[in-house]
Design a protein around this ligand. Structure first.
Ligand SMILES: *Cc1c(COP(=O)(O)O)cnc(C)c1O
Length: 391
């Protein structure tokens, strides 16, 4: 066999082999393992959205190749959503491109702007695709630490000037996976100024912008004055509408970046199956009660998880958005040893923070995307094995 390309060999190593082996052993031994590790909504896609795909499946034109940039009608629905929700005006023809899930676009935007040796600024901890896409394009991630003392926002003023000058892309993600942190419009204003100063493309991942609680409505980066001159935002149907398996998202914002992404994609993929795009239109234009109901359900789970962790000794505030809790590991543990301990002793899986980057060390992520009774059972087991923890 020929040598595997460096771009693949340079991808970060897979960290979870050991813990996965442990999980398999436990399952084989008959343990009922409960996973708090997976960020994938457990409830089904709402019925009115499923109904639309069934209807569109019967339309023969929908069986043919879609266009790679996406149905104009879907892009118009995205523009209507931005106008309604954020007061942001978008030209659906030139400022929106359909994606096969936002993950696809996040990986490909790196190919659009990074030549070998170019730098992308990547949050750490962060969704692994920012670094992965950068490395596959031959670029170099420069990691921006997201630390609790800074509210898990990167300190842009700490990026060395030579690095900022070499960088072409700045990846950001608020509400944030894995930290559940949120960003205020004033932070986004700083980002726009920084991007202008160093001629960067801001790539804001807004996957969780609709998953929020207690009346909080997360802002769009594109609503920041000047944002459309320096950035694009990745949107996704996956999290608000329980559509992770459908593969539908978009990129919107700066016209040139949207055009380049569409051009690159037209050489790689042939777009999203049209019935799925029609279902996406239904999701965006249709009743939003389903989103409110999901958020109400996540809030119930969040509150019972926060209460249980507080009883065990964690000092935490309930997150305002996302379906994650990002918690410090008790003293005496690393991220990995804590995750392994919980599998071994409680049959409970959490994600070690190091899976999201070096600065995830000392933390673990809990996902609320499992039936409430299962979450409760997992928390009971954790209390049993941990008792009171200290830090
Ligand atoms: C789930 C998630 C996405 C969404 O990915 P899709 O490809 O649209 O399903 C994007 N970014 C982050 C941070 C996520 O957690």
């Amino acid at each position: 066999m020929p040598e595997v390309a460096k771009r693949v060999k340079n991808l970060p190593p897979y960290l979870f082999a050991r813990i996965e082996k442990l999980i398999e052993e436990k399952k084989a031994a008959g343990v009922d393992v409960i996973s708090l590790g997976i960020g994938d909504p457990d409830e089904p896609t709402p019925e009115h959205i499923r109904e639309e795909v069934r209807k569109q499946l019967e339309v023969p034109e929908n069986h043919r190749y879609p266009t790679s940039r996406g149905l104009l009608s879907f892009r118009q629905a995205v523009a209507r959503y931005y106008a309604r929700r954020f007061g942001v005006e978008l030209d659906p023809e030139r400022e929106v491109v359909t994606l096969i899930g936002s993950k696809e676009g996040i990986a490909h935007i790196a190919w659009c702007y990074l030549d070998p040796g170019d730098v992308a600024l990547v949050p750490d901890p962060g969704y692994p695709v920012y670094a992965g896409g950068t490395i596959l394009a031959g670029g170099e991630p420069y990691y921006l630490p997201l630390l609790p003392e800074n509210g898990f926002l990167p300190r842009l003023e700490d990026v060395p000037t030579e690095v900022a000058r070499r960088a072409k892309i700045l990846f950001l993600n608020y509400p944030n996976n894995p930290t559940a942190a949120v960003a205020a419009p004033s932070f986004f204003a700083e980002v726009v100024a920084f991007a202008k100063e160093f001629d960067l493309l801001v790539c804001h991942d807004a996957a969780y912008v609709e998953v929020a609680f207690d009346g909080y409505r997360p802002p769009s980066f594109l609503a920041t004055p000047g944002a459309k001159e320096v950035g694009i935002e990745f949107g996704s149907l996956s999290k608000p509408y329980n559509m992770t398996g459908w593969r539908l998202g978009w990129a919107a914002g700066k016209e040139e970046a949207v055009e380049v992404l569409g051009r690159l994609k037209s050489n790689i993929d042939s777009g999203v199956f049209q019935p799925i795009q029609y279902a996406g239109i239904k999701a965006l234009d249709g009743p939003q009660e389903c989103v409110k109901e999901m958020n109400a359900l996540y809030k119930v789970r969040r509150d019972l998880a926060v209460a249980a962790f507080r009883e065990m000794g964690w000092k935490i505030d309930p997150p305002k958005a996302t379906f994650y809790l990002w918690l410090p590991v008790p003293s005496g543990f690393t991220s990995e040893s804590f995750a392994e301990y919980l599998v071994e002793e409680a049959g409970v899986v959490v994600t070690p923070g190091t899976g999201y980057g070096r600065h995830g060390e000392g933390f673990f992520r809990v996902s609320l995307t499992l039936p409430t009774e299962r979450l409760q059972e997992a928390l009971v087991r954790m209390k049993r094995v941990l008792g009171k923890v200290s830090f």
